[in-house]
Design a binder for this molecule. Structure first.
Ligand SMILES: [Zn+2]
Length: 271
């Protein structure tokens, strides 16, 4: 299994609120994001695995896996549902463009076939298909060749893009970055830092999952561990405060069910 070379991304992060304000990205990352929109749900479920798939699609996918062939149409291959071919326009027998950074052996290449007879100009993806002219099997393989002049992927290579935490994509400019920063209403810019990260297959899978369920997709992928640590620290601090507060509660009140929040109760009594 060959893993794709990771993409380098520059993130602007607000360390105080621990969120990604935006990412500065090149064609490779934007192509990755746009490619997500072209994915069939079966493809997404397969790569996130049924356990990790959001909603009920994991169960739907699993039930198709377990479905006996006897219940399927004789010419239907279950793989057409479970492993749908994606982005045929990026793959050919000679070259593969893989903007999703998936392991290369997991990118399906559509194979095309025709009738062996000269002049019978129909193509199919199933070599068992009958030629509409002579009824013989269309089993002669033909190669799809990627146009040489065209740049691969979706967006032009020379542009630098800005990608927000909720994955809005726009061309990068001083004006666009200032207006995004203004939208965040950050009181203290000294907490805003630049961070360089690598975006590979693992991060790609995480982003695919978070993009389906979160409006803070980039923060979730790149700052998640930091957020967890901070939450643990917060919990620990909260526990300490609670212990201290409990120590201050007079013994006769500490057993009362009303004293759930000693600090607040204490303040109310003083009034
Ligand atoms: Zn034919």
């Amino acid at each position: 299994m060959t893993t794709q070379k990771p993409i380098t991304l520059k993130l602007l992060v607000d360390k105080k609120s621990n969120r990604v304000l935006f990412a500065e990205a090149k064609k490779d990352f934007v192509d990755f994001l746009l490619a997500l929109s072209t994915l069939p749900l079966g493809y997404i479920t397969r790569f996130l695995t049924t356990k990790n798939m959001v909603g009920s699609f994991g169960d739907l996918y699993e039930s198709v896996e377990n479905f006996e062939d006897a219940y399927m149409q004789p010419n239907v291959d279950k793989d057409a549902i479970l492993k749908p071919v994606w982005a045929a326009s990026f793959t050919s027998s000679s070259s593969t463009y893989n903007p999703l950074l998936l392991p290369s052996d997991s990118v399906a290449t559509i194979k095309y076939y025709k009738c062996a007879q000269y002049g019978h100009l129909s193509i199919t993806s199933d070599p068992q298909t009958q030629c509409p002219y002579c009824k013989s099997a269309m089993s002669t393989k033909i190669n799809y060749v990627l146009p040489k002049t065209a740049e691969q992927g979706f967006v032009k290579g020379a542009t630098t893009f800005m990608v927000t935490d909720s994955l809005k994509v726009m061309p990068m400019s001083a004006i666009s970055s200032i207006s995004v920063l203004k939208g965040f209403n950050i009181p203290d810019l000294s907490y805003v830092q630049e961070m360089e990260v690598e975006f590979g297959t693992k991060e790609g899978m995480k982003l695919l999952k978070t993009a389906l369920q979160s409006k803070t997709a980039l923060s979730d992928v790149f700052l998640w561990e930091e957020i967890q640590i901070e939450m643990m620290q917060l919990d620990a601090a909260h526990d300490d405060t609670e212990k201290n507060c409990n120590n201050n509660v007079p013994p006769d009140l500490s057993t009362s069910t009303l004293v759930m929040e000693p600090g607040i109760e204490g303040m109310a009594r003083e009034d």
